[in-house]
Ligand binder design. Structure first.
Ligand code: FES
Length: 269
């Protein structure tokens, strides 16, 4: 797949647009693709953040965080991606729920954009929560403000919006009596866990977009398995979206640490 455009949209955050007409034609909000930047790289699942079926283009947003994403980040406009397979996984459950809160952090800010558009098109009132450590780490504010009825920012240093995290802001909104019919969270595991904890006492259906280690992305290897409501599920084919109140977060957090050391020494090796 040819890379049409590649740019850094925030420190360590990359946006890449590829010529992928087959994926652009079939993509639905919430699906992902597996990227292999060169023939020696690992496979990395990336949420489809934007696409244009007419132009045959697909955009993804990723964080440069480990060996495989370093290889991805090394590709630039005009280069060829070795392999980019998708759309994979189940799309978001889109319906007219009423008032929907979409929470995005890190790469998940890109991930909630298609959800905001689809939820708005389905007749929902859409409130987006965009979080980062500082305002200069936020991106796509303009796109989100266009796609959602309201965008609420939170930053750890208080440089934009509420000082703190998205879960602090959501907790505050709920305590003040604001009602949401559904919450959807995409981002780092800890953020999604905290959001699920905040909404649990209010019994608001909270969908989280799980991001375990994946290999094939088609249900064959078992690397992406999760425990959901006491049952084993594969994030790649059964998900990646699950009820955050049913996820066994202890298992998720333990499994994510399995290759920490390998990830650190990979570059040196
Ligand atoms: Fe292999 Fe899901 S990534 S089963």
């Amino acid at each position: 797949m040819k890379i049409i455009d590649k740019k850094i949209i925030a420190p360590n955050v990359h946006e890449m647009t590829l010529a992928a007409p087959g994926i652009a034609e079939k993509a639905r909000a919430g699906q992902f693709a597996i990227a292999i930047p060169n023939r020696f790289s690992e496979r990395t699942p990336l949420t489809l953040a934007d696409w244009d079926a007419g132009k045959g283009e697909v955009s993804v947003v990723f964080l440069e965080i480990g060996d495989a994403t370093r290889d991805l980040a090394a590709l630039t406009t005009g280069d060829e991606m070795y392999s980019f397979t998708g759309p994979l996984g189940q799309p978001f459950d889109i319906d007219k729920f009423g008032k929907v809160g979409l929470v995005g952090g890190c790469y998940g800010i890109g991930g909630i954009l298609p959800a905001a558009r689809a939820m708005q098109a389905a007749g929902n009132e859409v409130v987006a929560f965009s979080e980062a450590r500082s305002s200069f780490l936020l991106y796509w504010n303009d796109k989100l403000e266009e796609a959602a009825h309201d965008v609420r920012y939170s930053t750890s240093d208080g440089s934009l919006g509420r000082k703190g995290h998205a879960h602090d802001l959501l907790a505050e909104n709920l305590e003040e009596g604001e009602h949401f019919d559904r919450i959807l969270a995409i981002g780092c595991t800890f953020m999604m866990y905290r959001i699920a904890q905040v909404t649990r006492p209010y019994q608001i259906k909270t969908v989280v977009s799980m991001n375990p280690i994946m290999i094939d992305g088609t249900g064959m290897c078992g690397a992406c398995r999760l425990s959901i409501g006491g049952k084993t599920k594969f994030a790649c084919v059964d998900g990646p979206h699950f009820d955050g109140h049913e996820v066994d977060w202890d298992v998720v957090l333990a499994r994510r640490k399995a290759y920490l050391e390998e990830e650190i020494v990979a570059k040196e090796r």
